[in-house]
Write a protein that binds this ligand. Structure first.
Ligand code: 0A1
Ligand code: ZN
Length: 867
């Protein structure tokens, strides 16, 4: 239930970065005692508090979710009149500088549907404290710059909760009368309360060990339901690989004797880096070839690494306040991206990361919720766990690395970790460490932290004659974003080369040009051939690039560029120019794309994973992002026309690729993954061509496959089209995996993403399916989250899709405000659509905003989207 303390009564106040003040009171030690019970857990907290600086302010402890004290004692004496409740805070007047404050509260985990604080999931009790969940467990200064040493005692029913875990090391455990037992844990590292965690339940562990480079043996445990143990092998292998990688690449060693991971099925985000006790959404732990796709396996490795890496970038050095969130998240995303790149193909990983950035972050940066990677204000911090903070934050640090060079960057991270170990730091601290270690001046670079919006860069190359000189004219502009009408030029690092138009060789190698003014001209001499511009290698800057390169130049680059990313990008640009031109009603010529795809598809030097990425058309959403007033039906029509032509014109090549990419037996290797990807991409093109046997092929693949990647690939193709095999495959899939929640999520998603007509009605019906529930975030996302990004169905001209999502937002908000708020941005982009749809979308947002008792989370997202 949404309690009164969460719901908005008046317009909620914004919190501003410039208002930061250091804490009045510190809490060097905390001892917690939990009498665990799903209905009524009693929490006793003993806080050693110390006045910081000379002031007469009372101690203010945050509470939340209707928390009320059962008792308050100061220095061992229960007091009835020395404290008061002010809003959600417990305020205590303290005479001296050092005191022991003890509070007792009672909370109800089973009734906590917000999944913040202590809650029940599938018979487990577990916690989620980032960002402000700890205040729902006990009264405490819930801010990341208050660091404490934690001692945690848990007591509970030994049959219901045989396993009792918390942060750090277990000091003691034992039996108690009446079938109860206890455990005592102690974390020697001071930490902010958002990193506190506790888990109690009937769990089994996949145990292993890791020996650090200094020779310490760490006990590792991945805790799941006993039946799920066989699905933890990949996560364990990923954990050990991450531990070794962080030692090798960043010089970071693990610091406790124990590292535990717990998988839970009800979780709002992906996972959480609690010190020594990471808690994961089960979808980022559990995998075997029969139930998880290659993408799932990759995501597990990435998220396990991400949470592990937080032990240094987030835990040992934490954030001073939540405006600094990108300090830990942007940096840690970069680290997990580097790790994953090292595990497989760096080029394909980069393509995937850029695709994700364009799908999630670029639209955010161009819409009503745009914010800098270090925001200036927020109403609800949970709304700021965004693609901008995470993914653009990673891009910004990646650019620093490029500018400083690998050695300079590593010297910078070493200095940052050394200098700020045990502290709550700021983004500015990170930048200063980079400057101090490398000698670079990052003054102008700081604009990347303060200015929102994706910079637009234009590049135009002119040449005098072969053997002469080429002139590259660059310009930049940073678009207006909410609250930021005027922008300054940013330093934009562009890796580029000039390819000989005949030989395809890079003349003069690769250059790094930093575009740091509104306009800049660079000249290149001694060219032996006419040059073709290859620019933004490896996506060296997160920008939108406009060039005047012809379709012939782009086709040439897609066949010859030495930088694999630029090669992919040239093909994407060629496709995009063709599609955008068609969507704007211009003349349609598919030939250059068809020729370029044929070249790529038949180039024996390219590996399958790269080919599969390169031949994919830009998404409908990304095409729409290039247009002024999007008509999703028009976008779908022009895209389908190109897909059909590609399918038909290259039918033999697709059949060939489909046959070539066949493996006899499942194997998890980069090569096998690439083959599977290419196989399903080829199958989709065969369906687009209307090949008479497409459904037969898809159904055969579905039935014969020995792994989820091939099965889901076939199911997706079937789900998008009409054929008797469609219903047969969906029914078979459901029966085969009934009861396996993570796989049933895929069944919902395949239907919610379907491009076939009738999807709105199908999704409305699925929302009434007995397996659907809005209480589980994975299930909610699998149906409603997927539907809200389905450009055709969500944007059905009737407005039915919008109404469905708005109703969901209102329903979910009563249970889980964070999950509800995440559904808002798809409606919030209303200004990007043609007038008819825009007004239907806005009407739904207004309807939501008019409902009394909205959470702060939904209020902030909806009001900003309308503003
Ligand atoms: N720090 C986590 C993300 C996270 C944030 C909030 C959560 O609960 C509301 C949970 C996880 C990460 O970056 O992985
Ligand atoms: Zn993180």
């Amino acid at each position: 239930m949404l309690d009164a303390a969460t719901a908005v009564s008046a317009t909620p106040a914004a919190i501003r970065r410039e208002d930061y003040r250091p804490p009045d009171w510190l809490v060097p030690e905390i001892a917690l005692d939990f009498q665990l019970d799903a209905q009524a857990t009693r929490v006793t907290a003993r806080l050693t508090v110390r006045r910081q600086g000379a002031h007469g302010h009372p101690l203010r402890l945050d509470g939340g979710g209707g928390l009320l004290p059962v008792s308050v004692s100061i220095d061992g004496e229960e007091l009835h009149d020395a404290w008061r409740i002010d809003g959600e805070q417990l305020v205590i007047d303290l005479p001296g500088d050092d005191h022991l404050v003890e509070t007792i509260v009672q909370i109800a985990p089973a009734a906590n549907s917000t999944l913040m604080g202590l809650y029940a999931s599938n018979g487990l009790l577990c916690t989620q404290c980032e960002a402000e969940g700890f205040r729902r467990i006990t009264f405490f200064p819930d801010r990341p710059d208050v660091l404490s040493r934690y001692t945690v005692r848990m007591e509970g029913d030994a049959a219901l909760y045989p396993v009792l875990l918390s942060n750090g090391d277990q000091l003691d455990a034992g039996e108690l009368p009446a079938g109860r037992h206890y455990a005592l844990w102690r974390d020697p590292f001071p930490k902010p309360c958002y990193l506190f965690a506790l888990v109690a339940g009937d769990l089994s562990a996949n145990r292993d060990q890791f020996v650090t480079r200094s020779g310490r043996t760490i006990d590792l445990g991945i805790w799941v339901r006993e039946a799920d143990l066989p699905k933890t092998r990949h996560a364990m292998a990923s954990l050990k690989a991450s531990m070794a990688w962080d030692e090798r690449v960043y010089g970071r060693e693990y610091d406790l004797a124990v590292f535990n991971i717990v998988a839970v099925s009800d979780f709002n985000f992906g996972a959480m880096e609690n010190k020594g006790l990471n808690i994961f959404n089960s979808r980022y732990i559990l995998a075997d070839p029969d139930t998880a796709t290659d993408a799932d396996f990759d995501a597990i490795a990435g998220v396990v690494a991400h949470e592990y890496f937080h032990n240094w970038s987030g835990n040992r050095v934490t954030c001073r306040d939540w405006f600094q969130l990108s300090l830990k998240e942007g940096f840690t995303v970069l680290r997990d991206q580097q790790f994953s790149a090292d595990q497989g193909s760096p080029a394909v990983k980069r393509i995937e990361d850029v695709r994700a950035l364009r799908a999630a972050q670029f639209p955010e940066d161009a819409g009503p919720l745009a914010h800098p990677i270090r925001p200036d204000s927020y109403i609800e911090i949970s709304n700021f766990y965004t693609a901008t903070i995470y993914n653009k934050g990673a891009e910004v640090i990646r650019m620093m690395k490029l500018i400083l060079g690998d050695e300079g960057f590593r010297a910078g991270t070493d200095l940052y970790f050394d200098r700020h170990d045990g502290q709550a730091a700021t983004c500015e601290d990170f930048i200063v460490a980079m400057e101090d270690a490398s000698g670079a001046d990052l003054t102008q670079f700081r604009l990347w932290y303060t200015q929102a919006g994706t910079p637009r860069v234009t590049a135009s190359l002119t040449t005098d004659a072969p053997g002469g000189r080429a002139r590259l004219r660059l310009s930049q502009s940073v678009p207006t974003t909410p609250g930021q009408p005027d922008k300054q030029p940013m330093p934009i690092p562009l890796k580029l080369s000039l390819l000989g138009a005949v030989s395809g060789a890079a003349m003069g190698g690769e250059h790094l040009v930093i575009l740091d003014e509104a306009e800049k001209e660079v000249t290149f001499d001694g060219l032996t051939e006419l040059p073709v511009l290859s620019i933004n290698h490896g996506f060296s800057a997160p920008i939108c690039l406009e060039t005047d390169r012809s379709p012939a130049d782009l086709a040439f680059l897609s066949a010859h560029d030495e930088d694999p990313f630029a090669r992919y990008e040239a093909m994407q640009q060629l496709m995009l120019d063709t599609l955008v031109g068609a969507a704007k009603g211009g003349p349609v010529d598919h030939t250059p794309v068809i020729d370029a795809v044929r070249n790529t598809l038949t180039d024996p030097a390219l590996d399958a994973a790269f080919v599969a990425e390169a031949v994919l058309l830009p998404s409908e959403a990304f095409i729409g992002d290039q247009l002024d007033a999007v008509d999703p039906e028009m976008v779908a029509t022009v895209r389908e026309a190109l897909r059909a032509d590609l399918g038909t014109e290259l039918i033999d090549e697709w059949r060939d690729a489909y046959a070539r990419a066949h493996a006899n037996r499942y194997e998890y290797s980069p090569n096998a993954k690439g083959m599977r990807r290419l196989r399903s991409v080829a199958l989709a093109f065969l369906a687009a061509a209307g090949a008479p046997d497409w459904a037969e092929l898809a159904f055969a693949q579905y039935r014969a496959s020995d792994n989820m990647t091939d099965r889901q690939g076939a199911l997706g193709v079937l789900a998008n089209n009409d054929a008797p095999e469609r219903e047969a495959a969906l029914a078979d899939f459901y029966d085969r995996y009934a009861g396996d929640a993570l796989v049933i999520d895929k069944w919902f998603t395949a239907q919610a993403l379907s491009t076939r007509s009738g999807t709105v009605e199908a999704v409305e019906a699925l929302a009434r399916h007995p397996d659907f529930t809005i209480a589980n975030p994975n299930r909610l996302r699998s149906l409603v989250g997927a539907f809200a990004v389905n450009q055709r169905a969500f944007h059905d001209p009737s407005g039915r899709g919008y109404r469905f999502v708005a109703d969901m937002i209102l329903g979910v908000d009563k249970l889980n405000p964070q999950a509800a708020a995440r559904l808002v941005p798809s409606l919030g982009r209303w200004r990007r659509y043609e007038p008819g749809r825009a007004s239907l979308m806005r009407d739904e947002l207004e309807r939501v905003l008019a409902v009394p008792g909205l959470s702060k989370d939904v209020f902030e997202q909806v009001s900003k989207s309308l503003g």
